[in-house]
Design a protein around this ligand. Sequence first.
Ligand code: DI6
Ligand code: FE
Length: 397
Amino acid sequence: MLLRNVTLATMQGDQSYGLVPSGALIIDAGHIAWVGEEKDLPPNYNGPEEDLSGRLITPALIDCHTHVVHGGNRSNEFEMRLMGASYQEVARAGGGIVSTVTATREASEEMLLKGALRFVDALLAEGVCTLEVKSGYGLDIDTELKMLRVAKAIASVRDVRIKSTFLGAHAVPAEFHENTATYVSQVCIPALNAAHAEGLVDAVDGFCEGIAFSPADLKPLFERAMALGLPVKLHAEQLSHFGGTEMAARYGALSADHLEYATEADAKALAQAGSVAVILPAAFYTLRETQVPPIKAFRSHGVPMALATDCNPGSSPIASLLLTMNMACTLFRMTPHEALAGVTRHAASALGLFDCGMLASGMRADLAVWDVEHPAELAYRIGYNPLWRRFFGGRAK
Ligand code: DI6
Ligand code: FE
């Protein structure tokens, strides 16, 4: 299939979206067979073609950090925060992550899947073809496995690729009375072993924070991940500087995520490790944080920056990557080019994927076609979705 009369944002190179104004793209067997200027089309092509009237094609979007599988909602905490309580105070009072744990333990797999699909469908409608989904609202072996099964099940009912991440170290459940080390050894590691044996784990994550786990608490979990050959990532420096980024870099993590309180030294460590900085502006916005992640340091040290929704019922109740891109530009002064690279090329790297996130021959034909003239429009408008069509593995959706 030839798509002609298009503008291409290939996302190759470091600037200007890898823009090709009078472009064309050939899809063959689910992959991109050829991409370039229309005048250079291979002369021997004689398959079907479609004129896309100058529309913009980008790589399909990738949401590389979500918690879409969960029970219940936390609008009550939204109200509490508006009355003056902080996110940490709500968590310490038995709300927060632990309240979603109760609702998630009670929910059936069917209910969790149905709940998750509300957000998945909103994301797909904006051109997403790959989605990461974390566990971490089970905090017992059965419920962690249940969440990961539901995460994988999303790909059997929707046209989307799922990467599932084990986040057993998300919070210490009430029954462990803050006995963190016992929780890690008796629940986290056995749950990881069982989930890995079922083929449910693509990466291992943790929440490194004063209200959750210290680097020392996480060490046995990361050591186990290494022994199983699984890559790690980490929620790091979201609410305070707690040493998570340095730890993530030491383990060659795919990514360190949030990073509001990261330092220049952290940026250097990520650059050296080849880890991606995953920026989550909707959590910053929701919690009315004031400490901005060190974007300039990431830029100057060449740390690739991805962007994701962090879609979760507490700190980031958002199901829009386009709005996330806008927030990254307005709140963090990222450029529209960086925002688009953050939800395509660098989001792919944050998931350890090298077959998507750019328009290049050999890549999966996961494409988003937009009714816009220029890629900067994707980050510029607010609450408006210009997606015209999505291609998943070469098939129009
Ligand atoms: N950081 C987050 O942004 C989510 N988890 C985490 O470790 C928030 C989870 C929640 O509040 O439910
Ligand atoms: Fe998160």
